[in-house]
Design a binder for this molecule. Structure first.
Ligand SMILES: *Cc1c(COP(=O)(O)O)cnc(C)c1O
Length: 387
């Protein structure tokens, strides 16, 4: 059965990508605009490091693209998340709610704050934190004391909810935000995968207190490595800039630093690449959405699989397209992954659940039955905008 299904997937991927023979990669960067010109400009003018006009320009352009007032460019998306959590008031010994089904960086950023991830199930319609399951879990497993939400089992404060927009598909932000308001939780958006995605007409990253983007090489647009902190709060933006710039107090010659901080700023040479990439974002998102709709059409005739579509009311960037086995089965999933990768069709499973990783195995977790099913059934298929 898996053999036949693998052949069918390969047929569709080759048809949609137009690559009849040889390897088809999962997600390839594209450099079709002003990338060479801007990077060369950095080298020619000696402005290659953490200050320079491209950093400022990149930050302005990200703010314009997302509609978020402040952008602070960072060395990568994980560093951006680390600062977001710190500025949301996450303290050592706290717990932070997050989906178990995500890339490991979401959990690592929490651990960098000496806090503990607390895992919640995802919704099968958004692949993000499930609002109903989150609410049920909070009702059963927490109590409010002196305005602080406590985990009844561990006794630790639960300070925040980190929401992740899986494969670029926006989470159910209105519902999640209303739960956060009800329980006094800060909402942080891990929008690493979601540049160009909108929730009810507004770019993601606008809904929580503070958000993170990533511009890693495999993301929708890239700066080589890079990320950004987004916030509409003036004070948090100022602190984010300070914390990512070694806590240096601005002065013409003096080295005064007023807190333990980080060297997390994005170099100018990376920002130059980003400026050129951003000029092509609209075109890239359009191509990715066309690709998704062609896949969707083709996979309609495959009885054992469903193509994952955006929910009503959102616009996804379709960073990585995904097909889902209608009957979750690890063995079939692994056979498909083996066969297709051997044939040069680069496919990947969704992530292992965070609570399966050794360092997060002992963390608190709600019922994760939907995540378990998705872990056994989701496969990402080639999604380059150049197809
Ligand atoms: C890519 C990614 C990150 C981290 O971004 P880096 O730039 O690679 O550090 C964080 N969270 C999620 C969900 C991601 O996909």
């Amino acid at each position: 059965m898996a053999e036949q299904l693998a052949r069918k997937i390969e047929q569709i991927v080759r048809k949609v990508s137009g690559i009849a023979h040889g390897p088809v990669v999962l997600h390839e960067p594209f450099f079709n605009g002003n990338e060479r010109q801007y990077v060369t400009d950095c080298i020619d003018t000696n402005w290659v490091s953490t200050v320079g006009k491209y950093v400022n320009l990149f930050e302005q352009q990200i703010s314009r693209t997302t509609g978020v007032k402040h952008t602070i460019a960072t060395i990568n998306g994980t560093a951006a998340l680390h600062i977001c959590l710190q500025l949301a008031g996450v303290q050592p010994g706290d717990e932070v709610l997050m989906q178990a089904l995500t890339f490991v960086a979401s959990a690592n950023a929490i651990a960098y704050c000496n806090a503990t991830p607390h895992f919640i199930d995802v919704s099968p319609v958004s692949l993000g934190v499930c609002p109903e399951r989150l609410r049920e879990h909070l009702k059963a497993a927490t109590s409010m004391q002196n305005g602080i939400l406590l985990n009844k089992v561990t006794g630790r404060p639960i300070r925040a909810l980190m929401v992740m927009h899986t494969f670029g598909h926006p989470s159910q932000l209105d519902e999640l935000l209303s739960i956060c308001n009800e329980y006094g939780l800060k909402m942080i958006e891990d929008a690493a995968e979601a540049i160009g995605s909108e929730y009810h007409g507004r770019h993601v990253g606008n809904h929580g207190l503070i958000s993170a983007l990533s511009f890693n090489g495999n993301k929708t647009i890239t700066t080589g490595g890079g990320g950004a902190i987004l916030t509409n709060d003036d004070h948090l933006a100022q602190q984010a800039r300070h914390l990512t710039t070694t806590g240096k107090v601005t002065h013409i010659w003096e080295y005064h630093h007023d807190c333990i901080a980080y060297n997390y700023r994005l170099p100018n040479i990376n920002a130059a690449l980003g400026c050129a990439q951003l000029e092509q974002l609209g075109d890239v998102i359009m191509k990715k959405r066309v690709l998704a709709s062609r896949y969707q059409h083709e996979f309609k005739q495959v009885a054992d699989l469903s193509f994952f579509n955006e929910m009503p009311g959102v616009k996804s960037n379709y960073w990585l397209n995904a097909v889902i086995l209608k009957t979750p089965d690890m063995e079939t999933r692994n056979q498909l992954l083996n066969t297709l990768n051997a044939d040069g069709i680069m496919v990947r499973p969704i992530w292992n659940l965070m609570n399966r990783l050794p360092m997060y195995a002992a963390c608190p977790a709600a019922d994760l039955s939907i995540s378990h099913q998705l872990e056994q059934s989701v496969i990402n298929i080639p999604s380059s905008p150049s197809f």
